[in-house]
Design a protein around this ligand. Structure first.
Ligand SMILES: [Zn+2]
Length: 523
């Protein structure tokens, strides 16, 4: 069967894939085209018919007409970016936010949701909801191990018995059948942190039968529990024993004690790759991480059972002193109370202040201040806990792709991809072709997303066009909600989403399902 197909392709493409005499929907000409795969850009034209790239080729051979012609002179044409780690599910489920503009304006055309062990559950329900009200970008689902665990045994700190583990596997199977591309864990967070390595391996075997990936927020990115290096080794072991490929989310050296350890972490991963395992990572280009204040500094054992249980323990005089001691240690690991900036909180006037500032105004020590803030509701912090050396070192690895980890309050939700271009490509740390490759086709390859991520004949037409002079982020810690600038066009599934810098209000995103590919036996 293979030879006739090859001959057919060769016949069709002889003479540079000359277009037939038909009207195309969109023609992009005069742009510098990075196809996501090749290092060298080309000055070629791209034509789109319906949702597909119908022609790529020489400018002077373009003889067909098109309903819309984009003159991309002086602009860069690239595959739409794929963001492998977001919390956009919180926006997509809301019909007023499902346009996904913070991501769209970065050039992102596909977001992955369900990271960090926490996923919209069940996927089928959310897929229907998204379909009903429409979504601005494509979406890829992961199934969260924490979510599955919570369904079966709640938020408690204990091990599942045999039957419970079997139930978890069955739920995982159900979610994979609903189209998930893999399983995520948040082993740093409760309840994921209560799971042993063996539990994840057992669950992973189910995911591996679907050729799904393992996406993990490591158990420890610093020195909280088992340490960064041991956590990376744990992820590799899980991949090796279960058969899943390993993708480490937002790789970093978190906290002063592990700064400059990126070289040894890279060595561990390179060795695993050399041994035949597929290990990759994602990263956002900021020196501050962001997470829930409770997750950042409160000890895990104290939260077992949920927030109510935490405060019952906190009110108990004996346990209170333990909780406060460990909270204080965790604050120090994060670099001190002045390094923890509240970016979102139940009480709005906490926002924009550090724990140090709040502790001074409340007249309480920093650890007690944390609990006063938490009593007023959920709070998120930006934690200035990374060193520029490690950020650039990871970024240069060919197995590290761009991810926003977009979440309310941190500028990365609005700025990640353009920021990486503005500071790290223009600054010379990485090449433009590598930036594009590792924001599109490499990511598609890691997540096994077919027919997207590269500008290839027959692929879905997810294409962005940006101005190399002005493409950049505007969001910062003062105002994290500013859309990025410099993106001229975004075409998603062949339809115009951003037209000459303006959002068309059309929701052109689709729900991508892994099993759609399975059915067509592409694996
Ligand atoms: Zn995470």
């Amino acid at each position: 069967m293979k030879i006739p197909i090859l001959i057919l392709i060769a016949t069709v493409c002889l003479g540079g894939c000359k277009p037939k005499d038909e009207e195309m929907d969109i023609l992009i000409k005069n742009g510098m085209v990075y196809d996501g795969l090749n290092k060298d850009p080309q000055l070629v034209s791209i034509a789109i018919k319906e949702d597909t790239i119908a022609y790529i080729g020489n400018q002077d051979e373009v003889k067909f007409s098109a309903k819309t012609i984009i003159d991309a002179t002086g602009l860069i044409v690239a595959p739409g970016f794929i963001d492998p780690h977001t919390h956009a599910d919180r926006d997509l489920k809301n019909s007023k936010e499902s346009h996904n503009k913070p991501f769209l304006y970065q050039g992102i055309t596909t977001v992955v949701v369900g990271n960090d062990g926490s996923s919209p559950y069940p996927i089928s329900k959310y897929a229907n909801l998204y379909r009903e009200h429409g979504i601005g970008t494509n979406v890829v689902f992961l199934v969260g191990q924490g979510t599955i665990r919570e369904q079966v045994i709640g938020k408690v700190d204990r091990q599942p018995n045999h039957d419970e583990l079997e139930r978890m596997k069955a739920l995982l199977q159900q979610e994979m059948q609903s189209g998930a591309f893999g399983m995520s864990t948040g082993l740093f967070y409760a309840p994921g942190s209560y799971a042993t390595t063996e539990e994840i391996i057992e669950l992973g075997k189910v995911v591996a039968t679907f050729h799904g990936i393992y996406d993990t927020h490591l158990r420890d990115e610093g020195t909280y529990s088992i340490g960064l290096a041991t956590s990376v080794k744990e992820a590799i072991e899980i991949g090796k024993e279960s058969g899943m490929s390993v993708h480490i989310s937002h790789i970093k050296c978190l906290g002063k004690k592990v700064w400059k350890q990126s070289d040894s972490i890279i060595q561990i991963i390179d060795n695993a790759i050399k041994s035949g395992l597929e290990v990759t990572a994602s990263q956002y280009p900021y020196l501050a991480s962001a997470t829930g204040l409770q997750a950042a500094v409160v000890p895990r054992w104290a939260e077992s059972g949920g927030k109510d249980s935490l405060f019952i323990r906190y009110e108990d005089a004996n346990q209170r002193s333990w909780i406060l001691d460990e909270t204080q240690q965790n604050i120090e690991l994060r670099g001190g109370p002045e390094k923890l900036l509240i970016v979102n909180a139940g009480q709005k006037d906490f926002v924009g202040k550090t724990i140090k500032e709040l502790s001074e105004s409340m007249g309480l020590p920093p650890n007690e201040t944390v609990f006063e803030v938490l009593k007023k509701g959920y709070a998120r912090v930006a934690s200035f806990s990374m060193d520029p050396y490690d950020v650039e070192n990871f970024m240069k690895q060919e197995w590290v792709v761009t991810a926003s980890d977009g979440n309310t309050g941190h500028p990365r939700k609005y700025g990640t991809f353009p920021r990486k271009y503005k500071y790290y490509v223009k600054g010379g740390a990485i090449k433009l072709a590598d930036f594009i490759n590792r924001s599109s086709s490499k990511t598609a390859q890691i997540f096994r997303i077919k027919k997207r991520g590269s500008l290839v004949l027959g692929n879905y037409a997810d294409i962005i066009i940006f101005d190399p002079e002005t493409f950049g982020d505007k969001a910062d810690y003062e105002d994290a909600f500013q859309l990025s600038e410099g993106l001229k066009f975004s075409i998603i599934n062949g339809k115009m989403t951003i037209d000459n810098g303006t959002f068309t209000e059309n929701l052109n995103g689709r729900i991508l399902k892994k099993n759609d590919y399975e059915n067509k036996s592409q694996f």
